[in-house]
Design a protein around this ligand. Structure first.
Ligand code: SF4
Ligand code: SF4
Length: 382
């Protein structure tokens, strides 16, 4: 048992697990437990292990198992959302992950490689920082003639900065979303710029690993460059970037918005979308639960007159570094959901590049909301 002194020394968030009444509500909605079916994979099971940490720490094998389990989590936040005892599970997973990596770095060599890449080239792919605005610019500048002039340092100041994030900067699968985003901004005559090679990773992956010092270095650079542009608004399509930019950058005088928020505010009415296919809407976990952006994506779809079905099972299984730590489990979550929700017969609308990757990787059709919007805007323009 912990002594009173030791107990007093424990952090407040660690203590919140003691409020768990083992009701099991968090188990029912956890995608990991759903896929694995054993209590130790559930939030309640992991909390139980944490409660007996004294014993766990004295048993190296059990401690190792606990560290492995910590990274078998999509960090979707559903457990925190449903817990009526107010246990801040997401914060606990966050703190325990940082502790696990610190205690046993040799078990997380693959994360060490990611950390190195972020330290050396400032992106998650280990690619040259100069390439951040190369792939998509080569692909899109024929269609959007002024695009090169929108990229820093050719563009130095603008009302709006578009923060792309690593996924959208480097993945070919995101070019359709970028095309739609830039075309929409051009049609609406928004004064915007993109940071290009001066954009570093937002710091989200390091935050998920508990590397606060590494994340801070990336944030400091981005914040300085963004402030120099004189922008009043900062928009991003990536909910992971959004959560960082909103919660960890402490901007003053710069409003941080998801692209769905930006366009929903800008457009009171929109030309109706000529719908020929069946749609479902997938709520990205980080957008819905962590950034609290729930109404704007739906409002935009409503303004376009898009008919869609809501999904009951909302986690795609791609978050929380799970794609990296356990790709088979990550895919299993998506496949189970696809079968239950009959996703193969619909197009899944979403508003997150990571969810898009996860859906495409599992052979599902997907569109970002902006891809529908640009069709409406182009139609209205004639
Ligand atoms: S929902 Fe909260 S109280 Fe219930 S088992 Fe999960 S953590 Fe414990
Ligand atoms: S954050 Fe999501 S995946 Fe992780 S334990 Fe909670 S419900 Fe399960």
């Amino acid at each position: 048992m912990l002594t009173t002194t030791k107990r007093a020394q424990k952090k407040r968030s660690e203590m919140t697990f003691e409020k768990c009444v083992r009701c099991g509500s968090c188990m029912k909605i956890c995608p990991i437990f759903d896929a694995m079916g054993e209590e130790q994979y559930s939030p309640r099971g992991k909390l139980y292990l944490l409660q007996v940490m004294d014993k766990v720490e004295s048993d190296p094998e059990l401690a190792k198992e606990f560290r492995r389990l910590l990274f078998q989590c999509a960090m979707c936040g559903r457990c925190t959302d449903v817990c009526s005892s107010d246990v801040d599970l997401l914060r606990i997973w966050h703190e325990q992950r940082a502790r696990a990596i610190k205690d046993a770095p040799q078990e997380f060599a693959y994360l060490g490689a990611l950390e190195k890449s972020l330290e050396n080239v400032k992106n998650i792919y280990g690619l040259s920082p100069e390439d951040r605005a190369v792939y998509w610019l080569d692909e899109l500048e024929q269609e959007i003639p002024n695009l090169r002039k929108r990229v820093f340092p050719e563009a130095k100041t603008a009302d709006v900065v578009v923060f792309l994030g690593c996924l959208m900067s480097f993945r070919a699968s995101q070019v359709d979303v970028l095309r739609a985003l830039f075309k929409s901004l051009e049609i609406l005559k928004v004064d915007y710029l993109v940071l290009g090679a001066e954009e570093f990773c937002c710091g989200h992956p390091l935050d998920l690993m508990g590397d606060e010092a590494g994340a801070k270095k990336l944030r400091t650079h981005n914040k300085r460059v963004i402030k120099q542009t004189g922008a009043k608004q900062l928009i991003t399509c990536c909910p992971g970037c959004l959560s960082q930019l909103q919660n960890n950058y402490n901007f003053t005088g710069i409003e941080v918005l998801h692209h769905t928020q930006f366009f929903d505010r800008l457009l009171q009415s929109i030309e109706p979308y000529k719908q020929t296919e069946e749609f479902t809407y997938h709520d990205p976990c980080e957008l819905h639960r962590i950034c609290n952006v729930k109404t704007e994506p739906r409002s935009l779809l409503k303004k376009m007159g898009v008919q869609f079905r809501e999904l009951e099972l909302s986690c795609c299984g791609g978050g929380g570094l799970l794609r990296m730590t356990d790709p088979n489990l990550s895919d299993k979550i998506q496949q189970l959901r696809a079968a239950r929700e009959k996703l193969s017969s619909t197009t899944v609308i979403t508003a997150c590049p990571a969810c898009r990757e996860q859906l495409l990787g599992n052979n599902l059709k997907t569109k970002d909301i902006i891809e529908l919007l640009v069709t409406c805007l182009s139609e209205a323009k004639g």
